[in-house]
Design a protein around this ligand. Structure first.
Ligand code: KIV
Length: 272
């Protein structure tokens, strides 16, 4: 018996694996709320990431560190309600998996039960392998995240490109292999040289999803608010902005304010 209305059309981890095998690129974006999730899902996005970037984009924090598990569950359950097709992946927030595999599993179980999401994402390699293993034993798909891992921003000091030097690049390749061997279904590679992404994508059989990681990744992810130009002062080289929605919304709201002040709105046809 099926539990979903449109099971046949849903993107699963197996669908993503098949996409990599036939060389079809995977499109992934962030979503934090029902309305945006609905639009992105209807547009045909393959994966929606309920990213801890909600800490920056939705809550205005400087980093992703302050967001809580309850915040993530709220965002994730809103997104799940807007989705018919996409695979919904949720970031485990900072502090909920690094210290202890049982906490990682308990946090994951809460996300899966309370939001209805399909998978979780964790930042890091070998150092979090016990947490990843524990989550996988509960049957929850895990997406890895290597390269620039924003939860470690105070260790890195800046948001610049990672793994440009040989030693860090070799560690990243090792970590990627560890994540694949553990059973992760995909890995996000953030802000690393394109040549390194190519090596990882060729070496691994699971999909590599890049952000600022070049054209050789098996798929791409962007923060939706960056792509739409809602976030204003963020212009990294890797970002392609498809709209300048900040200005569009500001202009429309300015027009509304003028219409109210001038008594043009509402007019006779807009009242009862
Ligand atoms: O939180 C997030 O939005 C992310 C993406 C940048 C991959 O992790």
């Amino acid at each position: 018996m099926s539990v979903h209305k449109n099971d046949a059309k849903r993107v699963t981890t197996h669908v993503l694996q098949a996409m990599k095998s036939r060389g079809e690129r995977i499109a992934m974006l962030t979503a934090y709320d029902y309305s945006m999730a609905r639009i992105l899902d209807e547009a045909g996005i393959d994966i929606l990431l309920v990213g801890d970037s909600a800490s920056n984009v939705m809550a205005g924090h400087e980093t992703t560190l302050p967001i809580t598990l309850n915040n993530m569950i709220y965002h994730a359950s809103s997104v799940v309600r807007g989705v018919n097709r996409a695979l919904v992946v949720v970031d485990l927030p900072f502090g909920n998996y690094q210290s202890n595999p049982m906490l990682a599993l308990e946090s994951t179980v809460r996300i899966m039960k309370e939001s209805g999401a399909h998978a979780v994402k964790l930042e890091g390699g070998a150092e979090i392998s016990k947490s990843i293993k524990k989550i996988l034993t509960a049957g929850v798909p895990v997406m890895g995240h290597l390269g620039l891992t924003p939860q470690s921003i105070y260790k890195f000091g800046t948001y610049t490109v990672r793994a440009k030097e040989k030693e860090e690049a070799e560690k990243l390749i090792e970590d990627a292999k560890i994540l694949e061997d553990l059973g992760c279904f995909a890995i996000v590679l953030e802000k690393v040289p394109a040549a390194l992404t190519q090596k990882v994508a060729e070496k691994l059989t699971i999909p590599i999803i890049g952000i600022g990681a070049g054209q050789h990744a098996d798929g791409q992810v962007l923060v939706t608010h960056d792509l739409l130009g809602i976030t204003k002062d963020f212009q990294p080289r890797f970002l392609r902005r498809y709209l300048e929605l900040f200005e569009v919304i500001k202009g429309s709201v300015g027009q509304y304010i003028d219409d109210v002040k001038s008594r043009d709105f509402p007019n006779e046809t807009e009242q009862y």
